[in-house]
Design a protein around this ligand. Sequence first.
Ligand code: PBG
Length: 337
Amino acid sequence: MSDQIVTGKFPSARMRRARRFGWSRELSAETRLSVSDLIWPIFIHDQPGDLDVESMPNVQRVSINTLLGLAEQAQSLGIPAIALFPSAEESLKDEKGSEAVNPENLVCRAVQAVKERFPDLGVICDVALDPYTSHGQDGVLVDGYVANDETIEMLVQQAQAQAQAGCDVVAPSDMMDGRVGVIRKTLDDAGLIDTQIMSYAAKYNSAFYGPFRDAVGSAPSKVSRSGGKGTYQMNPANSDEAIREVSMDIEEGADSVIVKPGLPYLDILQRVKDTFGVPTYVYQVSGEYAMLHAAAEKGWLDLEAVMMESLLGMKRAGADGIWTYFAKDVASALRDS
Ligand code: PBG
């Protein structure tokens, strides 16, 4: 394709023609952000009230009661799915993250409550031990190292408990090798053949998760004292490795995959979508959310504009859907536009 540009003094190919009017900018838009693209992550705790997450404006840790109200909002706005992240009481944490596999833990009770009232709203659960370990790591420590196979033994029980509680999707975010295959087999053997696995296949060892760790109480300082997450999460320098990770998870039975974080990893998102063509999601993580809010609070950025633009960029790069703490704000903005 080549535009004929030269004709005497003035250009004949004018890109600005289509940009001149609102209607033709709309008509020629290649990508659109819609409410059906959104997954809304919500922090829950086992308290009667709600608590602000300081590093994430407008985000709270909520009670199951408040969660039901948010689920109702999600449903009426048309947001297809919510994702639950627990902030567990310190007294429930231990070295192995045992509370993760308790079929009566906070997450399982929340899933039951939401599915009972809103059976048509998608509910996604995080599979990883970090909300429940005293050291904040996603897995079981053996001699100070997050041990792969011992961790998988916990993760499969965790995923099974969540699926049995009625969640629609389990999303392993732990980055242990081989966990998707073992989780699939365990769910199938238990007759949970329709529970989907959305795998965090390309999850990077990112500093952008800081505010999330505050929100679930697996504080960044705790995690860095216990060695950081670099022995299992991916090195931000790598791209080919993401392709390998994703292909392994698909082989093992993942229904869909996640690239995480979002904005600094759009190249990975595009490669993954182009290479595999499977349902591909991206996670706009807590630090991305905090960053936009912080700049907006200073009056340096227009919050709504950068919120929409950053998510549109993810769609353009190939995302089929986006996990974002802005979900409700985006849905309202789209409704009112
Ligand atoms: C835990 C988990 C994390 C996030 C989602 N699941 C944190 C981590 O890996 O340390 C990050 C989400 C965010 O920053 O918004 N396995």
